[in-house]
Design a protein. Structure first.
Length: 328
């Protein structure tokens, strides 16, 4: 029990330091290379903080644990918007720029729609079973290539405005900070989850409840800490770019790679989760305009968090099974 508590506290400490190092290193690198924070948030930061999902999904696909592979991506995307963006907005309202509003957020919404159609072979094609096939995986990877091409064009076309009183750092130092941050986030998330699971089981919680709550959220902890730290450091572009970029990477890259490695059978019960993911992505776009000055404010952040608590309540009580007949 003592070891579990040490792992839990150690994991939190590593996550805090790791997220600080990652945000600082990414910001320094952006300024050094004269590219915008949003591009760094959409690429380096979001890829780095999505690494736990990638590792979990590759292992799950190779081991045939397909429910974990799909559930990890969909659950992480829901957590990213409702908890990470919600909690970040509560701590510090998140400003959203025009490009993010009209291009990146709609792209993440489109990603949720695409996986809904690709996964539901029974519903749309009349097939006896549904799966995310290797062909579907290649389609998802093609969308990822399009997104990376867009990000490259965004980086080239952005008019960089240098910051006043900025102390220059070397590219090597910035890169080492990013690497140290990613290592801290990886091991911090791992130790925190292991410690939390051990403590929860010791206190009598069932493994299924632990899996649906602590473990499911565990792979998204890097995004949570990174976005909150970025918001506190007045780096809103990194905060929103981290969430949006991670959601796009999770579906187009991680699920694309997973399905290409091994086709992923899909249970229509999971359509509830995909619909919640679609709804959360849509609300992320809507809430930009309900706050003051194109911001996702504290009220909207609170609504996101409340929605997640309702969603988890439905999952834990098993009420999502009553929706199965909708997708027959």
């Amino acid at each position: 029990m003592l070891l579990s508590i040490i792992m839990l506290l150690g994991g939190f400490i590593l996550l805090i330091f790791g997220s600080n190092w990652l945000v600082d290193g990414a910001s320094d690198l952006a300024r050094r290379l004269k590219i915008s924070d949003i591009v760094v948030g959409l690429t380096i930061v979001s890829i780095g903080t999505s690494s736990p999902e990638l590792i979990v999904n590759l292992i799950a696909s190779l081991n045939g644990n397909t429910d974990i592979a799909i559930g990890n991506v969909v659950g992480s995307n829901i957590f990213n918007v409702l908890i990470i963006l919600g909690a970040t907005a509560i701590v510090m309202p998140v400003s959203v720029k025009s490009n993010t509003t009209w291009k990146e957020i709609p792209f993440s919404f489109m990603a949720a729609i695409v996986i809904f159609f690709l996964a539901n072979d029974e519903l749309f094609n009349g097939y006896p079973v549904s799966e995310v096939s290797r062909t579907d995986g290649l389609i998802l990877l093609s969308f990822f290539a399009i997104f990376m091409a867009y990000t490259y064009a965004l980086a080239r076309g952005h008019n960089y405005v240098p910051e006043v009183n900025y102390k220059k750092t070397t590219i090597l130092k910035s890169s080492l900070l990013i690497l140290a941050g990613l290592v801290g986030l990886f091991f911090g998330g791992r130790y925190l989850v292991l410690g939390a699971v051990d403590i929860a089981l010791y206190m009598g919680m069932s493994e299924s409840v632990v899996g649906l709550t602590i473990v499911a959220a565990g792979t998204s902890l890097p995004e949570l800490f990174t976005s909150i730290i970025a918001a506190l450091k007045k780096k809103a572009d990194i905060a929103i770019g981290n969430v949006v970029g991670s959601n796009i990477f999770n579906i187009f890259l991680i699920l694309g790679v997973s399905a290409t490695v091994k086709p992923l059978p899909f249970n229509r019960i999971n359509n509830l989760d995909i619909l919640v993911m679609i709804l959360s992505s849509f609300l992320m776009f809507v809430f930009v305009f309900t706050g003051k000055g194109r911001k996702i404010g504290r009220v909207e952040g609170g609504l996101f968090v409340a929605m997640y608590l309702v969603y988890i309540g439905i999952l834990l009580t098993g009420n999502h099974h009553i929706l199965e007949h909708m997708f027959r």
